[in-house]
Ligand binder design. Structure first.
Ligand SMILES: *Cc1c(COP(=O)(O)O)cnc(C)c1O
Length: 398
């Protein structure tokens, strides 16, 4: 539902894609907690069967809840509007969104190109599960567009997938350049925009075909739910909805309600996280006990110029290496929790060498670009000065 008076990101977070008249005159979308839907008589059922379309998100009824739920449709409308796309499809998790997209669209014998420095499970899925199905993956360094084009296999490559910003080094993909490469070679482009949020960047407007989010992170925003979403054209999403109805990784209506609740404050939260991220990154960069800081808002970041071009804020995730024992620094902090994930209201901190690569030997980790003194700080909505004071006291003890 287009509402052209919603120019600001906060107005859009509150109102975008939302029907003003909801059931029972409620201001919130009711949680339609049902596994199935009933028919008044056989004629009603026959009429439904005749009209049955897989479109969803149309306000039309369904027959069974794996094919759709109005509480979920409402959030899909909101996410499509926030991302500037025609249509959105929610999933039970970010991984369910990625795996359903690839399993539903890739035949055996095809190929995908993905960039390194990405969510580990996405790469694992492509390199092990898709490989078993005869689908090959080439991994290229993020930022190397020549190598990316060289990895394309004519008639075989179907997708180019990248995160932007990436994890953990916050590298950026040039959306316009990637979109142009995709169109030239007739390959679909996918951006995992989880770290970017629809507040800070809009990949579809720059020519990307699919935007994906782990809604578990900024979109939900409270570390209390798992969800994933894909946003694209109506036709592509309709086809995926049909596949999801078979594969089954649907979102539950209660989770949709929590996600919709989180989305209302998306811009407020992300604005604060942008502000905190920049303040903490600047503080860290100036500290003698810090070796290097990666944050796209800093002039020292390799993709800073691109960040200025395609992002309006740089988010809450900062990666940095410390001169000294990373575990000691983390253990000396009082505000952030030690936990994986990011994007919620509480700050979280982790040492990727332990949290994500514990089973690997230090040399293997180093080869993957994960030194033991690397820390990923996912900043919440606390006050920047409190976070800085906390870092100050912990760094002093190092
Ligand atoms: C967390 C994350 C995922 C996976 O999402 P889940 O909701 O945990 O399944 C995918 N991509 C990125 C960039 C992530 O941070």
């Amino acid at each position: 539902m287009a509402n052209h008076s919603l120019h600001g990101s906060s107005s859009r977070s509150v109102h975008a894609g939302v029907k003003r008249n909801k059931p029972h005159h409620a201001i919130t979308t009711p949680i339609t907690q049902t596994a199935t839907y009933t028919f008044s008589d056989t004629a009603d059922l026959v009429e439904f069967m005749q009209q049955k379309t897989w479109g969803g998100a149309s306000g039309d009824r369904e027959d069974y809840a794996r094919y759709g739920n109005p509480s979920v449709y409402a959030v899909e409308e909101r996410l499509a509007a926030l991302e500037g796309g025609e249509s959105a499809l929610l999933f039970a998790s970010g991984m369910a969104a990625i795996t359903t997209l690839l399993l539903a669209t890739l035949p055996t014998g095809t190929h995908i190109v993905m960039t390194d420095d990405c969510y580990r499970r996405t790469r694992q899925f492509c390199e092990t599960f898709l490989k078993r199905l005869g689908i090959e993956t080439s991994v290229v360094p993020v930022g190397d567009y020549d190598e990316l084009e060289a990895a394309i296999i004519p008639k075989k490559t179907r997708f180019i997938i990248s995160e932007s910003p990436t994890n953990p080094y916050l590298r950026l993909m040039d959306f316009e350049r990637l979109g142009a490469i995709g169109r030239t070679h007739k390959i679909r482009t996918v951006i995992d925009s989880t770290f970017g949020t629809p507040i800070n960047q809009q990949p579809l407007a720059h020519g990307i075909d699919y935007v994906l989010h782990s809604a578990t992170k900024y979109l939900g925003g409270h570390h209390d739910l798992l969800a994933g979403v894909l946003i694209s054209t109506r036709d592509r999403i309709t086809a995926l909805r049909q596949a999801q109805g078979v594969m089954g990784a649907v979102l539950a209506p209660q989770i949709a309600y929590l996600l919709e609740r989180g989305l209302r404050t998306l811009a407020l939260r992300v604005d604060k996280q942008n502000e905190n991220g920049l303040a903490v990154a600047r503080y860290l960069e100036d500290h003698p006990k810090i070796e290097q800081v990666w944050y796209p808002g800093l002039a020292s970041h390799p993709d800073h110029a691109l960040a200025l071009k395609q992002m309006s804020g740089y988010g809450g995730v900062i990666s940095f290496t410390v001169r000294g024992d990373a575990s000691c620094l983390i253990d000396g902090l009082r505000i952030p929790y030690i936990a994986p994930s990011l994007g919620g209201i509480e700050s979280l901190i982790e040492q990727p060498a332990i949290m994500s690569y514990y089973e690997k030997e230090p040399e293997e980790r180093l080869a993957l670009g994960i030194p033991d003194n690397l820390i990923r700080f996912a900043i919440g909505i606390e006050d920047a000065q409190d976070l800085i004071d906390d870092l100050e006291q912990a760094l002093e003890k190092l």
